[in-house]
Design a protein around this ligand. Sequence first.
Ligand SMILES: *[C@@H]1O[C@H](CO)[C@@H](O)[C@H](O)[C@H]1NC(C)=O
Ligand SMILES: *[C@@H]1O[C@H](CO)[C@@H](O)[C@H](O)[C@H]1NC(C)=O
Ligand SMILES: *[C@@H]1O[C@H](CO)[C@@H](O)[C@H](O)[C@H]1NC(C)=O
Ligand SMILES: *[C@@H]1O[C@H](CO)[C@@H](O)[C@H](O)[C@H]1NC(C)=O
Ligand SMILES: *[C@@H]1O[C@H](CO)[C@@H](O)[C@H](O)[C@H]1NC(C)=O
Ligand SMILES: *[C@@H]1O[C@H](CO)[C@@H](O)[C@H](O)[C@H]1NC(C)=O
Ligand SMILES: *[C@@H]1O[C@H](CO)[C@@H](O)[C@H](O)[C@H]1NC(C)=O
Ligand SMILES: *[C@@H]1O[C@H](CO)[C@@H](O)[C@H](O)[C@H]1NC(C)=O
Ligand SMILES: *[C@@H]1O[C@H](CO)[C@@H](O)[C@H](O)[C@H]1NC(C)=O
Length: 628
Amino acid sequence: MPRDISAMTNSCVVIPCTFMYPSGVRPYRGVHGIWYFGQPYPQLFPPVVFKSRTDIVHESYKGRTKLLGDLTQKNCTLQISNIGPEHSGRYYFRADLGGANMFTYPDFTELKVLDQPSIDVPEEIVSDESLELTCYAPDNCPDMSPEIHWMYTDYLPEPLFTTDYVEESNTAVLSSTLTFTPRPVHNGQLLGCRVHYPNTTFIYERLISLDIKYAPRSVWVNISQEVMEGSSVVLHCEIDSNPMPRISWHFGDEELSSDSAFNASLYLEDLTPVQEGVYTCVGENDYGSMNTSMYLAIKYPPREPWVNESLTVQEGSSLALHCSTQGSPAPTLTWLKDGELVGTITADELSVLELVEVTPQAHGHYRCLAENEYGRASSSLNITVEFAPIFLDDSKCTVVREGVQCVCMATGNPEPVIEFYLPDLNITINETNGRFSYYTHTDGYTSTAVIKLRGKGEQANNGGTAVHVHCSMSNMYGAETIRLELQQEKKYMMAVIVGTIGGVAVIAFIIAAVRYVGHNNKKENGNPGQDLGSKPENPSMFYSAVKKDKQSLRKKVLKTELLGSKFNSILEESSTGEEGDSQPVSSMASLERQELNYAALSFIRGSPRGRATGTREDSSEYTEIKTK
Ligand SMILES: *[C@@H]1O[C@H](CO)[C@@H](O)[C@H](O)[C@H]1NC(C)=O
Ligand SMILES: *[C@@H]1O[C@H](CO)[C@@H](O)[C@H](O)[C@H]1NC(C)=O
Ligand SMILES: *[C@@H]1O[C@H](CO)[C@@H](O)[C@H](O)[C@H]1NC(C)=O
Ligand SMILES: *[C@@H]1O[C@H](CO)[C@@H](O)[C@H](O)[C@H]1NC(C)=O
Ligand SMILES: *[C@@H]1O[C@H](CO)[C@@H](O)[C@H](O)[C@H]1NC(C)=O
Ligand SMILES: *[C@@H]1O[C@H](CO)[C@@H](O)[C@H](O)[C@H]1NC(C)=O
Ligand SMILES: *[C@@H]1O[C@H](CO)[C@@H](O)[C@H](O)[C@H]1NC(C)=O
Ligand SMILES: *[C@@H]1O[C@H](CO)[C@@H](O)[C@H](O)[C@H]1NC(C)=O
Ligand SMILES: *[C@@H]1O[C@H](CO)[C@@H](O)[C@H](O)[C@H]1NC(C)=O
C-alpha cells in the first residue's frame, strides 16, 4: 500500500493494497482481512474500518467502506467514501487466513484529508522573473475526477496554464501549473486555485497573496525648491519597493540620514547658502537601488560688497576699482559717484570701475551698490585726487574806495599756497606786513588769498587802472603765476555816490540790504520759518568792502549777525536795490561741500595799517568776520 495518500473531504479514496503470505500456509475456510485505523494491534482495540467476516465496523466508517480487491487474489484494495477530516490517519491491514494464521502487516497508509488544494509557491518570487505556481488535487477516487481552475488571473500578463497528472506509488495527483512573469504591480495580489468535482457540489479553493520582491521602482522627492536663507524646509522622499528599502538622503558626498522605511523626511533648518545644491534620495534593497534628486536653491540678499580701500591718487593716473559680492539670485552691481550713476550696471560677481587718467573731478565718494530682489547692500570708498593748483576765474583785483583789493583763488590738492608778487616793487607778499594787508583762507582744496593795496594802486595814481599784481600758487605738484586783472565796476561808482550822500542814505541802504538778504535766504530755504543757517547747499563766499563810519558799521555787523550763520555781508551797492545788496564775489565750485561764510569788512577812509594797529583817530580799521 502507498505510504501516503490524500483525498479531498467529501470525496472518496481508494487505498491500493496487496499482501503476501508464505506459500506453505493453507488458508482455512477462506481468506479474510481487517482494516484497522490508527493501531495495528487488535489487543488495543483500534477502530475497525473494514472486516470481511462481518459487517461490524466502527461507527465512523459505517456504510463508507468497501473492499475493492479480491482477497483470494491477495488484493486488499479498500475504498473509503464520503470521507471527512476525522478519517485522517494511519490504516493497517490484517490478514486472517483462519486458525492462528492471523497477521497485521506493519506497513500502513497514511491518509490525509484535505479541505483545500495545495499550491506550490516558490520561496522567493522576484519581479520580472518567470514564475510557476502549481496547484495540486489528489485524484484517488475512481467515482469522481477533479478539475482544477485558477482564479483571479484576469490581469496577469500572458498567463499560461498546463495540466499534469502524476501517478506515483499507486496514488495519483492532478496538477495545474500557472506560468507568468510577475511585475511589481502584482505584489500583494490574490491568486486562487479551485478544485471542483463535476456533477457534484463540492468545491475546494485555496487563495494566496503574491509577495513579489522588487528593487525600488520609484523614488519620489519634492520638486526643486527656492527658499530664503534662514528658513526651514522639510524634504520628503517616498519609495516603492519590496521588501522595505534602506532609504537615505545625500547632499554631495555626504549621507545626511538613513533609515529602513518607505519614506524619509529631511528636516533642514536655518538654511545657509552653502546648503544650496542637489539633494538625492537613495533607496536600496537586495534587489537593486534607485535614486532621485532635487535642487534646493537658497535665496539671499546681497552681502556687503567688497571694495578697494579709500585711496589717494595723483591726477593723471589710472586705476581700477573692484567691487564684488554674493547674493542669490546674482545681484546687479552699480557704481555711484557722489550719488550719480557711473559705469555700467553688471550682473556679475565682480564689477570693475576703470578710472583712466583721473582728473580732479574724479575726486569723490564712490559707492558700489549690490541689489537683487531680496535686498541691497553697498560699500563705499573715497578717492582723493592730488593735483596741481588750478587758477579760479573769480580771481581779480577791484578798485575799492580806499585802494585796490586783489583776490586770488586756486584749487589744488594739497591746497595751494598763494603769494602775491608786485613786479613794480619786486616784492613777494605772503603775509601781512607793515605795508600790505594779506589774508589767506583755505576751504577744502580751495585757497583764497586777499591782498589790499593802499590807494588806487601803489604804482598807479593815474585813475587807478594800472595795477600790476601777480598771483602765484603752488603745491607739491606744480606752480602757476597769473597776472591779475583790475576790474572797474559800476558798483564801485555807485558806492562813491552813496558815500557822498551820507549816513542817512547808508542806513536806508542797510535796511534794504538786510531785507533783501533775509528774503534771499527765505527763498533758498523754501520755508521762512527755518533756521537760515541750516542749509549746507550752495556754499558761497562773499566779499565786500564796506564804507562809512564806525557807527553804521556796527549796526551793519549787528544786523548781519542776526541773519544767522549764512552770513552775507553788506556791500557798497546801489540803493536802488535792483541787483540786490549782496554780491557774491565768487561762488566756488568747491569739491567738498562744506558750509563756510566769510566776509572781509574794511573801512575805506584812512590808511590801512594792518589789523587795527593804527593809533590815529581816523586810521583805518580792518576786521574779519568768520562764521561757521
Ligand atoms: C486489485 O483490485 C483492484 C480493484 O479491482 C484493481 O483495480 C487492481 O488492479 C488490483 N490489483 C492488482 C495488483 O491486481
Ligand atoms: C455528469 O452527469 C452527466 C449526466 O448526469 C453525465 O452525462 C456526465 O458524464 C457526468 N460527468 C461526469 C464527469 O461524471
Ligand atoms: C515636500 O512634499 C511634502 C509632501 O507633498 C510636503 O508636505 C512638503 O511640504 C514638501 N516640502 C517642500 C519644501 O515643499
Ligand atoms: C511614511 O511611512 C510610514 C510607515 O513607514 C507611514 O506610516 C506614513 O504614513 C508614511 N508617510 C507618508 C507621507 O507616506
Ligand atoms: C543615482 O543613480 C545613478 C544612476 O542611476 C548613479 O550613477 C548615481 O551614483 C546614483 N547616486 C547615488 C547618490 O547613489
Ligand atoms: C582694487 O582691488 C583689486 C583686487 O584686490 C586690485 O586688483 C586692484 O588693483 C585694486 N585697485 C586699486 C586701485 O588699488
Ligand atoms: C569718505 O569721506 C567722507 C567725508 O570725508 C567720510 O565721511 C567717509 O567716512 C569716508 N568714507 C570712507 C570709506 O573712507
Ligand atoms: C628783485 O629782488 C631780488 C632780491 O630780493 C633781486 O635778486 C632781483 O635782482 C630783483 N629783480 C629786479 C628786476 O630788480
Ligand atoms: C612767506 O615766504 C617766506 C619766504 O618764502 C617764508 O619764509 C615764510 O614762512 C612765508 N610765510 C608764510 C606765512 O607762509
